[in-house]
Design a protein around this ligand. Structure first.
Ligand code: PLP
Length: 226
């Protein structure tokens, strides 16, 4: 299967999920997660019409950025160690795993003056010990504290659902993230418009879209694994 074929199928699935939930497919952005694949495969994705690239490790992140800067938006989706921030700021456009003030402080320190970093606050909705992110009940307080770091713009929330045989079982996780997003949005915080939801991966993105995902992060189903 070519990436273009996979993309056509994925877009069909997104359309169906949008029509069953009264949404506009225009509001769902696909991030092509290229952590499993080569530069050639990444190029194929861009040529197929992908405008957003996601990476979760520093090395791969820099390699893909060097090769394709200017041709896509770049999303750092992995858990981010503070010492790696300086290598990414100025290159990566979006940070999906903001979950502690020490990381906010480092992002602030490395960000050029008067620029903003578009961040998602990561929430561990399912409470699995192996997953990063804040507990839902800590999230609002955390976001309020981010006001002290003017470089940080909280554009939305991100979560990783637990893997389930039946993707339908992930629905409560996505729904809870949406409700939390709605609550934060209602606060009308200038530093945290929080309009976006980064949720849904290869196995469960149709459910995430039905529950309001605005960014879906697709690896294996889009570009495969090499
Ligand atoms: C790897 C990864 C994905 C994509 O995983 P697939 O199941 O291959 O779609 C999405 N989000 C994060 C944070 C990842 O690390």
């Amino acid at each position: 299967m070519t990436v273009a074929n996979n993309l056509a199928q994925i877009q069909e699935t997104i359309k169906k999920a949008c029509s069953s939930s009264g949404r506009d497919p225009e509001n769902v952005t696909i991030i092509s997660v290229t952590k499993y694949v080569s530069l050639e495969k990444t190029k194929e994705a861009i040529e197929a019409g992908i405008h957003h690239i996601g990476e979760n490790r520093l090395e791969g992140a820099l390699e893909k950025w060097e090769a394709f800067q200017g041709q896509a938006g770049f999303h750092f989706i992995g858990s981010l160690q503070s010492k790696k921030v300086k290598h990414l700021v100025g290159k990566y456009d979006y940070y999906h795993s903001l979950d502690r003030l020490s990381l906010a402080k480092e992002l602030q320190k490395r960000c050029p003056e008067n620029q903003k970093l578009q961040c998602f606050v990561q929430v561990n909705v399912s409470g699995e010990a192996s997953k990063a992110g804040l507990a839902p009940e800590e999230t609002i307080d955390f976001i309020k504290q981010l006001k002290n770091y003017p470089a940080i713009q909280v554009i939305g929330l991100m979560t990783m659902a637990p893997f389930k045989e039946d993707p339908e079982d992930t629905r409560p996780v996505f729904r809870r993230l949406r409700h939390l997003r709605d609550k934060i949005r209602e606060l009308r915080l200038e530093h945290a418009p929080c309009n976006e939801l980064s949720m849904g991966m290869s196995n469960d993105f149709h459910v995430a879209v039905e529950e309001g995902a605005t960014y879906i992060r697709l690896g294996s189903t889009l570009v495969g694994r090499e």
